[in-house]
Design a binder for this molecule. Sequence first.
Ligand SMILES: C[S@@+](CC[C@H](N)C(=O)[O-])C[C@H]1O[C@@H](n2cnc3c(N)ncnc32)[C@H](O)[C@@H]1O
Length: 163
Amino acid sequence: MAAIILIIVLFFLISFAGVIFFGAPYLPTLKLQIKTALELADLSKGQTLIELGCGDGRVLIAAAQEGINCVGYELNPVMALIAWLRTRRYSSLVKIVWGDFWRKSWPEADAIFVFLLDKYMDRLDKKCIQYPYKPLKLVSFAFSIKAKKPIKTANGVFLYHYK
Ligand SMILES: C[S@@+](CC[C@H](N)C(=O)[O-])C[C@H]1O[C@@H](n2cnc3c(N)ncnc32)[C@H](O)[C@@H]1O
């Protein structure tokens, strides 16, 4: 029994601590910023939002409630499972992908939402410049792209356009 508990504890530790080596640790976006992000993204029903590092799926749920198709990438297996379970109600709209979003080929979408860390923003900007499906809106909570002026900023959320 003790061995099983130890394995479970280790699994949780590795899942949460491991992500720190590959990207931003888990921290949820607050309700006001989710609302702001979706307003800035200004997507219509049927359009698609990608979330890079979707955590527990709260942004995807809010987007799906507006009829937006969503793809959420999540590296932490525990959070990916939680996001998958929480979004089952919207399974026709939301897809959860477990894995490192830097190593995935991102599908055609109208907007990307992120809440990462400052040090990943330049790399993200380069990926968005190379993204083949334009126009694309990038909405980032808390962290901006240093070399770019955002189109809009509200409540700590930044909007960028790629044409
Ligand atoms: C600051 S949290 C934001 C969670 C969610 N986007 C939200 O706003 O509530 C960052 C999330 O990105 C995930 N993450 C970090 N790097 C990643 C990577 N390379 N691939 C997939 N997920 C990643 C983390 O596990 C964490 O859940």
